[in-house]
Design a protein around this ligand. Structure first.
Ligand SMILES: O=C(O)C(=O)C[C@]1(C(=O)O)C=C[C@@H](O)C=C1
Length: 91
């Protein structure tokens, strides 16, 4: 790979970072609304069954070149961030 190809891949990664952030933003907005519903219905923030259902769902999806464990870690970090949003809204 030459320098130009390297820089072009860096640009691709930077563009994908923005796309990821946009998706996380949209996801966070939906999570906020789920949190409002749960709060007004006296439901807990943490729903371990729902988290497991999502993790089970990704298990059979294409995740290469990442190992499945890496994808699971990323999703668990996203769940934690969701719970942060919903806990903060209760304060
Ligand atoms: O499905 C919900 O109840 C959510 O609040 C969303 C979400 C998630 O980020 O996917 C967040 C926290 C719960 O523990 C389970 C799932």
């Amino acid at each position: 790979m030459n320098n130009q190809a390297f820089n072009s891949l860096r640009k691709e990664v930077s563009d994908l970072n923005l796309e990821l952030l946009e998706l996380l933003f949209k996801r966070g907005k939906a999570v906020e609304k789920l949190g409002d519903f749960k709060r007004s219905h006296g439901l807990p923030v943490f729903d371990p069954e729902r988290e497991q259902q999502i993790l089970d769902g990704i298990e059979h999806m294409e995740h290469a070149p990442y190992p499945l464990e890496s994808i699971q870690k990323i999703y668990k970090a996203i769940f934690d961030a969701s719970k942060d949003i919903q806990h903060l809204a209760r304060k």
